[in-house]
Design a binder for this molecule. Structure first.
Ligand code: NAD
Ligand code: ZN
Length: 345
């Protein structure tokens, strides 16, 4: 388990201490166009020793090998050696891509994750998964590589678009549904009107870390964290191919959670009441993702090609009651299409 996860005021102080170590030859800070604007000023105040920023374009469509090349070019041109440190400041796109770039540059340089979206703070920056999308498939290329530290400063969320905040909330709900029934029951009543995100973020990170620690390379238990993502990724990948129909990862996951809760119900694992609670709660926060019934087969087909599937069986994580995920549950493409029709009804 990565013990170096720091929160709040301690986060940026720890970052300053880490980058000041004599072993670090050069400090690079990876940002996207938005975090360059909204997050770099705070970082500049915390890191008076100075650093070299590397800026990439914002958005999932830039989570690509082509963007990695621009990062590797910048590192090479600055003659970064193996003791250079890459600090990734941004949402899941920057932390996934930056971690991947660091893991491959000169067979691996150290990196620190400074997540600045709710989604990256509760999920993407923790657990050591890095990677980029390829040929239209999400996270098709990637490696497991733990960062030197994760520095989580909830103040960064102040400039975040409310739509992005909601998207991150979907991953928190996912954590409750697979492992914490009490938190789901408690927060179901409160909803997303949260004043202070810090405790929710800390709890969610602890929950994820607890699972990852038992199965860092995802041979079993870690698959629980894929709940909502078999259908979610299929929907996200499909809509990525449709010009002008963008969807945020967390929005796709929220829809995926409803579909996979329905699949759990269909397999007799989830009661009518529980399905209703999951659905009602998520629809109280998220608008229904727009697609037409005719598209359900095409969307479901993307699940077939999801990298998590062994052969032709689609292994899905389902719920055996709220707060209790079960992984490796076989479902067919036809059942996935049916779950999408249920969602769409
Ligand atoms: P993102 O990185 O695209 O960030 C969302 C938007 O918010 C971007 O436009 C970004 O520029 C902007 N932004 C970031 N921080 C900001 C701030 N503080 N103020 C204002 N704007 C800000 O998307 P995301 O939702 O953070 O991450 C999604 C990605 O994370 C997906 O690619 C997904 O696959 C990945 N992910 C990875 C893991 C993992 O375990 N590695 C887990 C979950 C998700
Ligand atoms: Zn996710």
């Amino acid at each position: 388990m990565n013990e170096n996860v720091f929160f709040g005021a301690e986060a940026l102080a720890s970052l300053a201490a880490l980058v000041s170590r004599p072993a670090v030859t050069q400090i690079f800070v990876l940002v996207d166009t938005n975090t360059a604007r909204y997050c770099l000023p705070l970082l500049e105040r915390q890191l008076p020793m100075g650093f070299t920023p590397i800026e990439i374009s914002a958005g999932e469509e830039y989570k690509s090998l082509a963007t990695c090349e621009t990062v590797w070019e910048a590192l090479t041109e600055a003659r970064a050696d193996r003791h250079a440190l890459l600090v990734n400041v941004g949402g899941g796109v920057v932390t996934d891509l930056g971690g991947f770039c660091a893991a491959l540059y000169k067979r691996g340089i150290s990196f620190v994750q400074v997540p600045t979206t709710l989604l990256a703070q509760v999920d993407a920056s923790v657990g050591g998964k890095t990677g980029v999308d390829f040929l239209g498939f999400k996270n098709q290329l990637g490696v497991f590589q733990e960062p030197m530290a994760v520095c989580i400063e909830p103040r960064f969320l102040q400039t975040l678009d409310p739509r992005q905040l909601k998207a991150g909330y979907a991953e928190i709900v996912k954590h409750w549904l697979i492992a914490d029934a009490a938190a789901f029951a408690r927060n179901r009543r409160i909803g997303i009107l949260v004043d202070d995100w810090t405790p929710l973020i800390q709890e969610s990170v602890a929950l994820k870390q607890g699972i990852v620690a038992q199965d860092p390379l995802e041979s079993g238990l870690r698959k629980l964290l894929n709940f909502g993502h078999t259908v979610g990724h299929a929907l996200e990948s499909y809509l990525l191919t449709q010009p002008g129909r963008e969807i945020l990862h967390g929005e796709a996951v929220a829809a995926g959670i409803i579909c996979e809760a329905w699949l759990s119900h269909r397999k007799g694992l989830l009661s009518d009441l529980e399905l209703d609670q999951v659905e009602t709660f998520l629809f109280s926060i998220f608008d229904k993702v727009q697609f037409v019934t005719l598209e359900t087969e095409a969307i479901a087909d993307f699940a077939r090609q999801d990298k998590k599937n062994a052969g032709t069986t689609i292994n899905c994580t389902l719920l055996e009651g709220i707060g209790h995920g079960v992984y490796d549950q076989p479902v067919t493409v036809a059942e996935i299409a049916e779950s999408l029709r249920y969602y769409h009804r």
